[in-house]
Write a protein that binds this ligand. Structure first.
Ligand code: ASP
Length: 301
């Protein structure tokens, strides 16, 4: 089979490809990797701030032996000298670059790069649209926790409308047969989100005892002009706090893509809860990104 060229969203992957990536990630977790990307020229192009995703891609690339260059907007002719992203991509390809990891605030930006670039593009987040490697690491973490996800109920709470993580993770979970419950106010969760396999709930308290996992989301304040409801109202209705944690089943796990905002979507009780899996997600992110890079560059064995 010819290797898939780029990863723009989870929908790009067939069920077999998705499982292949998750299995590779599990192998990378268990065994020291061979230098599967030895000498592969890789550039990380980050036009938006990032801590976890940026560091995680770097570690993944370095662990596999790639040659890595990082470019931020301040370094690029694109920002001030009128070069288009298409011409930047051609320039990098001429240097022998084979992989571009791209983060940008504009929806569809990674897709644009993929059309211009003769190599592999990994979308590391395009506006509110998609963040497939975060989706994969969330799915991987849930699969590790529960084995099969068939029939498991996963709740996403908060600003689903602007969350590229929610969009990508939901796509992956639906492939694996999980039931999705979305929880939030209308302004962050329009009714159109209800679909087969995806239920909507405005009342967080109503879902607490019944879910296998909760994915908390940060309010994406950088993606809209004014907060549509007060922080106090949001906290009262949707914060996971001590009282709500006490109502969770003891096997329920809580996840967050980070960065989390203490005092908004969660309080400190959550960080001490036995089911809090944030660090596990971050750790798994490196294995999953190694798996994605190996899958794109080397294809199937
Ligand atoms: N880090 C994630 C993202 O880049 C989630 C967030 O920023 O809230 O989308």
């Amino acid at each position: 089979m010819r290797a898939r060229r780029s990863l723009i969203d989870l929908d790009d992957l067939s069920g077999d490809e998705l499982n292949d990536i998750l299995d590779r990630a599990a192998d990378f977790e268990d065994t020291e990797p061979a230098p599967l990307l030895k000498g592969v020229a890789t550039v990380n192009l980050f036009f938006e701030q990032s801590t976890r995703t940026f560091a995680s891609f770097n570690f993944a690339e370095l662990r596999l032996g790639a040659h890595v260059v990082n470019l931020t907007p301040g370094d690029m002719s694109l920002a001030t000298k009128g070069e288009t992203i298409e011409d930047t991509a051609l320039t990098l390809a001429a240097m022998g670059v084979r992989v571009l990891v791209v983060r940008h605030p504009e929806v569809g930006f990674a897709q644009r790069v993929a059309q211009a670039f003769d190599g592999h593009v990994v979308n590391a987040g395009d506006g509110a649209h998609a963040h497939p490697t975060q989706g994969l690491l969330d799915v991987f973490t849930l699969r590790e926790e529960f084995g099969s996800l068939e029939g498991r109920t996963i709740a996403f709470v908060g600003d689903i409308l602007h969350s590229r993580v929610a969009h990508s993770t939901i796509a992956g979970l639906q492939r694996l047969g999980a039931k999705i419950v979305l929880v939030g106010p209308e302004v962050f969760l329009p009714s159109e989100y209800a679909k087969p396999g995806i239920a909507l709930e405005r009342d967080f308290d109503a879902v607490l005892p019944a879910v296998d996992a909760i994915v908390l989301l940060r309010i994406q304040r950088e993606r809209f002009a004014a907060m549509p409801l007060s922080d106090a109202e949001y906290v009262a209705r949707y914060q996971l706090n001590a009282a709500r944690v006490a109502r969770l089943h003891e096997r329920t796990i809580v996840m967050h893509p980070g960065p989390y905002n203490r005092g908004m979507e969660l309080d400190d009780t959550v960080l001490e809860f036995a089911g809090w899996r944030y660090a596990k997600q971050v750790r798994n992110g490196v294995f999953v990104r190694m798996a994605v890079l190996d899958f794109l560059v080397n294809g199937s064995p």
